[in-house]
Design a binder for this molecule. Structure first.
Ligand SMILES: NC(=O)c1ccc[n+]([C@@H]2O[C@H](COP(=O)([O-])OP(=O)(O)OC[C@H]3O[C@@H](n4cnc5c(N)ncnc54)[C@H](O)[C@@H]3O)[C@@H](O)[C@H]2O)c1
Length: 325
């Protein structure tokens, strides 16, 4: 396949590029606003471009004979989205419109879209099924859900097969050891990776009386290598899929924040001090994906669901980017 990956220089995108370039022609477009060119191998064709530049997008799709697009480019900080509504609408909604407009005059037949569990933020369900009507409460979730809907209605009206993936919390680094997360989105695993390299390791935890066993929040953390695996599987099975599919990507069970901290502490052999602060408002205590659908449709099984292994890779990666080893 000739695959265009938007946002391919980002965390998830670069992992997809690494794996999918083994068997496909990969073209990356990214404006490098939160991505890093060094995460992509030199042999990959790269265009520094904003997805909202529809004309240039059309030209690239035509010139590179693209037949499949994986659309990851987005703004994705939940907190920032509340302050920068305009920017989030522009990149996440108008950016997706621009891609669909370019697809319309092209030979692109397949689209995979990276959506998020944040679309369920207002649903108040512990276990989220794709059957729920999403009620996103934050701007990030709202703009991603709006983009999902644009894709659904475009696919209905045009000959485009679309798979919408709702990732839960993606964590970890590549099994190759060559790439991993650089940008810090206030993400627990990334913060802990950095914290363990400091002289004094301290982490802030929001609330200690959530309605969970140990009082800390529980989240469905999915290893990046399983996310890559899901994309590979979709690319193989596209012809068997319905015209529009929406699939949760998670392990179907959560891990508590305190358990994650404990694991980082044990593996890094660092005493991590916990500073408890007030709960964040509207924070759901316990949320995980219902994943029966993706298991059934793709015959998917998690291969990398091993907290110790994930933490090990995170720590190795952080040392590599901090000390160059
Ligand atoms: N990381 C997670 O846990 C997670 C969870 C759910 C969903 N997602 C989704 O996965 C996708 C990728 O997220 P990520 O974690 O790799 O984040 P990231 O910030 O590392 O990657 C996003 C990439 O998109 C690029 N980009 C942003 N705006 C652009 C624009 N206007 N034009 C061109 N490129 C642009 C950035 O430079 C960056 O390389 C996003 O769509 C996000 O909503 C991520």
């Amino acid at each position: 396949m000739n695959i265009l990956i938007t946002g391919g220089a980002g965390y998830i995108g670069s992992h997809l590029v690494e794996e999918l370039s083994k068997k496909n022609k990969i073209i990356v477009i990214d404006n490098l606003s939160t991505g890093f060119k060094k995460l992509i191998f030199k042999k990959i064709k790269f265009y520094k471009l904003d997805i909202r530049n529809t004309n240039k997008l059309k030209n690239i799709i035509y010139r590179e004979k693209i037949d499949t697009i994986i659309h990851l480019a987005a703004k994705l900080s939940l907190q920032e989205s509340q302050r920068k509504l305009k920017q989030y609408k522009s990149v996440n909604i108008d950016g997706t419109k621009s891609i669909l407009e370019a697809i319309k005059v092209s030979n692109v037949k397949r689209l995979i879209f990276s959506s998020t569990a944040a679309v369920y933020s207002g649903n108040k369900n512990v276990s989220c099924s794709e059957k729920l009507k999403p009620q996103p409460t934050n701007v990030y979730g709202q703009t991603k859900y709006a983009a999902e809907n644009l894709i659904r209605s475009f696919s209905k009206q045009n000959r485009l097969k679309s798979v919408i993936l709702r990732y839960f919390n993606v964590v970890g680094a590549s099994k190759s050891g060559k790439i991993g997360p650089i940008k810090d989105y206030n993400q627990l695993f990334k913060i802990l990776s950095k914290v363990t390299l400091k002289k004094k390791s301290i982490i802030t935890v929001y609330g200690k009386n959530h309605k969970t066993k140990d009082g800390s929040c529980i989240r469905d953390f999915i290893d990046i290598n399983d996310i890559v695996d899901i994309h590979t599987s979709i690319l193989k099975k596209f012809h068997k899929l319905k015209n529009i599919e929406t699939l949760n990507c998670g392990y179907g069970q959560g891990i508590s924040v305190l358990k994650v901290i404990k694991t980082f502490s044990q593996i890094s052999k660092k005493n991590i001090k916990i500073k408890f602060v007030k709960k964040r408002s509207n924070e759901i205590s316990n949320v995980f994906a219902q994943n029966n659908k993706i298991k059934k449709i793709l015959n998917w099984q998690a291969k990398y669901q091993d907290l110790n292994l994930i933490v090990n890779r995170c720590l190795k990666w952080e040392k590599k980017i901090t000390y160059g080893r």
